[in-house]
Design a protein around this ligand. Sequence first.
Ligand SMILES: Nc1ncnc2c1ncn2[C@@H]1O[C@H](COP(=O)(O)OP(=O)(O)OP(=O)(O)O)[C@@H](O)[C@H]1O
Length: 324
Amino acid sequence: MTQSPTPHMMNGYQLLSLIGRGNTATVFLAQKPGGAQPVALKVPFTETLAHQESAERFANEVRLSLQFRHPRLVGGLAGTPFGSSAYLAMPHYPGGPLDELMDRQRLTVPQAIQVLSDVAAGMEELHRHEAVHQDIKPQNVYLDAQGRASLGDFGSTYFVSLGGKVAGSPFYMAPECYRGELVGPPSDIYSFSVMAYELLTGERPHVGDSYDSLMISHLTHFPPPLHVEAVPRTLQRLLEQGQAKRHEARPTAAQLARAFRSALGEPEPEAETAPAPACSAPPSRLGRHAPAAPVAAVPVPAAAPAARAAEPRASWNPFKRRKS
Ligand SMILES: Nc1ncnc2c1ncn2[C@@H]1O[C@H](COP(=O)(O)OP(=O)(O)OP(=O)(O)O)[C@@H](O)[C@H]1O
C-alpha cells in the first residue's frame, strides 16, 4: 500500500514529524501556524479512500470523534470525513497507544488499574449516549504524559438506535460478534474485560494463530479465574463476569467504572447526575452509504494488534499491522 503524498503543509497544518502508520492511515505530529499545541493529524491512505468500506470507516471515525467531548475519549479537534483531503486532527498523546507500552514493559497493578479505570470511564460515557465502540483493545487506548488513558478510534462505533455492522478484533471480540450478532454495549464489556485480564495478568485469556482458532477459543474456552493480589475481589468478580459467554450475564460499564473508582478511592463524578452535555446528537447516518441498520452475516474483523512476544507465533500472522 502506498501512502498519500506528504507535503509540508496539509489541511492548514504544518507537518512536524511522522508519528506512525496504521493499516489505513498515516499519523503526523502537526501544528497550526502560530498554534500553541501540536496535534496528531491522521491522513488516510489513498487506497483507504478508494475502498468504499474503508472510506466509510474513516468517515465514521472523523464524525464520531468530533462529537464526543470527554477527557477519557479521544475527541476530534477538526476534520473532514470524505474526499481527497479527508483528515482528522486530534490531541497528541505523547505516551502513544497502550499496546506499544505493553510491548515495552509490564504495567504494575496500580498502573493497570488506573488505565482500566480511565477506559471504563470512557466506555461508560459512550454507553451513556447509547453508542457502542466495537473495537476496545490496547491498540485503541492512548496515554497522555501522565500515564492517564483515553479510548479512541471510533471507526466501528455505532449508535444503538441507528445500528451498525458487526466488527471487532479477533483477540478481543465477544462470542456473539463471532456469531455475527449485533448485541450492543455488552460486547464492549466483553472486549474491555479481556483487555483487563491481559493487563492485570500479563497473559491473554484467548490465544490462537488464526481467526478460526480464536473464534473457537472465545466461543468455548473459559480462562482461569483472575487472581491478582491488590485488585479488590468485587472488581475481579465483575471482570470475570464481563467475560461471560452470555451477554446478559455481563455487568454494565457504569458498574465497572464505579468499581474501578472505588478501587482507586476516587469519588463519584458529579457529571453522573447532570444531563449529558458531552456529546451532540447522533448523526443521522453512520456513513455516506450506510443503511439504517445493517447487520453483517459474517463479522468484519477490524485490524488486530501485533502479537505479543509471549504468544505462540505462526508463520501466518493474520493480524500483522504496519508500523513506521
Ligand atoms: N492521537 C495520537 N497520539 C499519538 N499517537 C497516535 C495518535 N493517533 C495515532 N497515533 C499513532 O499512529 C499509529 C497509527 O494510528 P492508527 O492506529 O489510528 O491508524 P489506523 O490506520 O487507524 O490503524 P488501524 O486501522 O490499524 O486501527 C498508532 O499506532 C499510534 O502509534
